[in-house]
Structure formats: C-alpha cells, structure tokens
Design a protein around this ligand. Structure first.
Ligand code: GUN
Length: 279
C-alpha cells in the first residue's frame, strides 16, 4: 500500500496564515537577512524567505554583501543589527565565504534575535530541554509529525546526518518526545540495516536518493530533508521517493514537504523573538 503523503506545502500555508494574524496583532515585527557573496542556492533561499516574510506582514530587510568583505566588517554589521530595536530576528545565510569563520559569526548574533537557533546559547538550551529559539527545519519536522499524529513515544527514530542545524537538533527534539534516537553519519557501519529498523527515518545527508526502498521499514514515517539538484535540472530529495513511498506508511515529498515548513517555522521564530522582546 502506498504511503500517506505528508503535505508540507499545505501545513506551511496554515502556519504562515497564523503567523500573519499574530504579526498584525502585534503591530510590528522586523527581520534582517544577511547574505554574503553570490552562492546561487543561497540567493534562491533568501529570495523565498524575504518573499514569505513580507507576505506575512513582517518588515523584512534584505542585506546582500560582497563576498570579499572582511570578517571584521561583517562583525561590525551584525553588531549594528543587534543594537537596532526595530529588528527582532536576524539571520545570516550559510555557507559563508571561506575566509570568514562561521562559528565566529554565529556567536556574534544576539541569541535573542537568533531565529536560526544556532547560537551556542540556544543550542545549549535545546540540549538541556529548555529551548528558546529552536532551528526551523527540525521544528518544521516535529510540527508535521504532530499534525499527522505519528506516534513518537518509544518509537525507533533514525536520523541520517549530524549537522548543527538539522541532524543534531532534530535528534534532541525526538528524544524529548521519548523516541529512541540513533544518529547515523558518513562513518556509520551498516547504516542500511539501522535505517531499516526505524519507525521514524529522517534523511538529512545532502545526497540525492541516498535512502533506497530497501532501507525503509514497512509502515515507517520517512522525512526527507534533502534538496538536491540533479544534472537534468530537476530536484530530488535524499530519499528515492518512488521506491520509498511503496514501503513507507507516511512520506514527505520534495519539493512540497520539509522545505516550505522550514520557512514557515522561521517566520514563527521571528514572531516568537518579537513577542519576547515586547514582553
Ligand atoms: N543554509 C542552509 N540552510 C540554512 C538555514 O536554515 N539557515 C541559514 N542561516 N543558512 C542556511
């Protein structure tokens, strides 16, 4: 039996509408996005974030800076945005050019404005089970699992990928919901066998169609975080969708699954930051 398709696009539209209502109620929410250099994928992501934020009534400032700017200049720019009371949420798009240290920039963002939830203060609070701002993709995944009433307590959850922005935080959130969590990565032995035991399988590796149908447990919930551009220009997730949907109980499509949820939850984080600064 083919899987239930988790409609991230529809759920994201619902979340964005709720955010828009609350933004209108609050009066003003300000977002600043910072993009350094000319990575084409980053420009596409920032365009979508800007468009969706504006549509939700958020005042979105779009800063695009030259790829050869110095780290000190970027730090000075972030300090200005930190000090600007009209900015509630501040996002620096990753990756940054090689001459700029990612961790130095992330640590310079005011944790209260860190709507990506990647400042060590917010990451540490998440680990302690006392979250403030939680990364948007993991929150979007949890929201989809909740909406489709996927049982998490005692479930075997396998996360493939250990990034700070997806793999590690989603593992912590699943653990908070009493799942038994395994994190797999490029050095994991017998990854296919571990994946095949997962009731919840989260694929966040960045390799097109890495998860085959044989790696999916019958009836499992498969969450595909990947967005990979194939040589023919089409998009593919980290999961072989056609094969996996024949085996899984639930599955997220690419596009139309995790991607739209990430942006919706980012806007929700911006609203949260604004509410907390107003409190
Ligand atoms: N680059 C890829 N994904 C993300 C994200 O969620 N946030 C930021 N800031 N950069 C990214």
């Amino acid at each position: 039996m083919a899987a239930t398709i988790i409609d991230g696009k529809a759920l994201a539209a619902k979340v964005r509408a709720e955010v828009a209502d609350e933004v209108a109620e609050l009066g003003h929410v300000g977002l600043a996005t910072v993009l350094v250099g000319d990575d084409p994928a980053s420009h596409v992501y920032i365009n979508s974030k800007q468009k969706m934020a504006t549509a939700a009534g958020i005042e979105a400032h779009d800063h695009r800076l030259p790829g050869d700017m110095s780290q000190d200049d970027l730090l000075a720019f972030i300090a200005e945005l930190n000090a600007d009371d009209s900015i509630d949420g501040l996002l620096v798009q990753l990756p940054l050019p090689d001459h700029i240290e990612e961790h130095t920039i992330i640590e310079a963002i005011d944790p209260a404005k860190d709507i990506d939830g990647i400042h060590p203060y917010n990451a540490g609070r998440l680990m302690m089970g006392r979250p403030t701002l939680v990364p948007a993709t993991p929150r979007g995944i949890m929201r989809m699992l909740e909406e489709y009433e996927i049982e998490l307590q005692g479930a075997n959850a396998v996360v493939i990928g250990r990034s700070n922005i997806v793999g590690k935080p989603v593992a912590l959130l699943l653990l908070q919901k009493d799942a038994t969590v395994t994190i797999c990565h490029s050095k994991t032995q017998d990854l296919a066998a571990l994946a095949a035991q997962a009731d919840i399988l989260v694929a966040a590796i960045g390799r097109a169609k890495f998860v085959t149908g044989a790696m999916v447990k019958p009836g499992a919930c498969v969450i595909d975080v990947g967005i990979n551009r194939l040589p023919d220009g089409t998009l593919a997730g980290d999961v072989d969708y056609a094969a996996a949907r024949e085996v899984a109980g639930w599955i997220t499509p690419v596009p139309g699954g995790v991607g739209p949820m990430t942006i919706a939850m980012l806007l929700e984080n911006c609203l949260k930051a604004a509410n907390e600064s107003a409190a």
